[in-house]
Ligand binder design. Sequence first.
Ligand code: IPM
Ligand code: MG
Length: 360
Amino acid sequence: MEFNIAVIKGDGIGPEIVTEAMKVLDAVASKYGHKFNYTQILMGGCSIDAYGVPLTEEALNTAKNSDSVLLGAVGGNVGNSKWYDVAPNLRPEAGLLAIRKGLELFANIRPAYLFDELKSACPLKEDVIGEGFDMVIMRELTGGIYFGERHTEEVNGVLKATDMLTYDENEIRRIAVKAFEIAMKRNKRIVSVDKANVLDSSRLWRKVVREVAKDYPEVTVTDMLVDNCAMQLVMNPGQFDVILTENMFGDILSDEASMITGSIGMLSSASLGSTKLGLYEPSHGSAPDIAGKNIANPIATILSAAMMLRYSFDLDTEADAVEAAVRKVLKEGYRTVDIMSEGCTQVSTTEMGDLISARV
Ligand code: IPM
Ligand code: MG
């Protein structure tokens, strides 16, 4: 089969990790007789440098007209990069938000599971890890505080900044439905995470999730406050199957979940809407401090490419092959520096990509 993929390498380590994911996709293409056509587009800091904006209309249209989008990461050092002190809508991250919104990708799926081979890289104690964990974080991606009105003003000589957190019931319902659909294919347990002891938006969240739950009697739903969830993730990660939550809580909890898998360099993600078009990116950022050193872990991006094969192209066998190749390389003891442990062989970004491609 033939597919058109829009490729956004982005900033920092983005180009390095995306190159490795493309290498793996090419290995899949030649083994299974597919054709992947890549169109590179700019987004983030590199787009600001070239065009003055983090995402051009033309780039967004290219993404819209593709079968899916593969993304590395965008942005520089927060606080001290040349792209920080500009209007919020002109920062690199604004490009990411614009493409998520522009493609209506409201459902962000972030699977976090512990590879047996990486148990020693997991920062939790053995008795906490137990049998390991395998969870999926379903993060709402086009609403909430990320997309509310924001401004900074001076009131009576005092600076004041505002960010609005708004959800309507339809936005909550469609992500909840996705979460229930995914739970039905897994262990049928959802923990819906909110801050209903304080926020109105969370009370609405609970109400709508309960309504949707009526259509899925087989799924067990529990509500959990976000602060408690942050604690439970490091106390008993094995309890989670599907975590359903709003945009900012999902951003924070998914970083936490990624770390207990051994490294933030392991967590893939898929952003989906109501069509087959999806955006696939690692959950980590652009890591400008290690950019260009050929040491970044490309596995999260490679696993994101596997999710693309599965969700956008319906190529399950091929997706399985990529995931198995990653597992094999880990079993054989190859590690990038972030997941390195005693007795293993340390490899670079490009070597990791080569090793995985060769095992597809
Ligand atoms: C993520 C990232 C982004 C987010 C940033 C770069 C805007 O942290 O994908 O989790 O907050 O969504
Ligand atoms: Mg994040």
